[in-house]
Design a protein around this ligand. Structure first.
Ligand SMILES: [Zn+2]
Length: 132
C-alpha cells in the first residue's frame, strides 16, 4: 500500500532543457525511469512516486524562484549508503555541479546526517541522504 506516500511532485522551471539535462542524469542514477514526455514537460518515476518538471510560461518568469522565500526549499532523496553519497559527490563534481556548504560536507545537515547538498539549474536545493 502506498497510502500517504507522495504520489508525485510537480515543479515549474525556468528552462526545461537545462532542467532535463540536470535531472535526467541525477534521477536515472537513483533508479528513476523516464515516465512522461510532452512539449513543455518531462517526468521520471520510481516505485509509486513520480517527479514532474514543467516549463514555466514566459509571462510568469519575471519573478524567479528563490528557495529562501515562501515555498519549496529543497528536495531530499535517499542514498543507499555513505559510499553512495561519496560516489555521487565525485560524479557531481566531475559534472561541474557545485556542492553547497563545502566546509561542512558531508555533515552539513548535522552530525548524524551524512548528506550532500547541491543546486539544480533554478537553484532548487537537492539533498542526497545516507541511511543512518
Ligand atoms: Zn533536508
Amino acid at each position: 500500500m502506498s497510502k500517504g506516500l507522495l504520489h508525485h511532485i510537480e515543479l515549474y522551471v525556468s528552462d526545461i532543457k537545462k532542467t532535463v539535462d540536470f535531472w535526467s542524469w541525477f534521477l536515472e542514477e537513483l533508479g528513476y525511469i523516464p515516465f512522461q514526455e510532452w512539449e513543455s514537460g518531462r517526468s521520471w518515476k520510481l516505485g509509486d512516486t513520480y517527479i514532474v518538471f514543467v516549463q514555466t510560461e514566459d509571462r510568469f518568469l519575471d519573478v524567479p524562484y528563490h528557495r529562501c522565500r515562501v515555498g519549496l526549499n529543497h528536495l531530499a532523496f535517499h542514498a543507499n549508503s555513505r559510499q553512495h553519497v561519496d560516489e555521487m559527490t565525485i560524479k557531481l563534481k566531475e559534472k561541474g555541479i557545485s556542492i553547497l556548504y563545502p566546509k561542512k560536507h558531508p555533515f552539513a545537515g548535522g552530525d548524524n546526517h551524512y548528506t550532500i547538498y547541491f543546486e539544480d539549474p533554478d537553484r532548487i536545493k537537492v539533498e542526497l541522504v545516507a541511511p543512518e
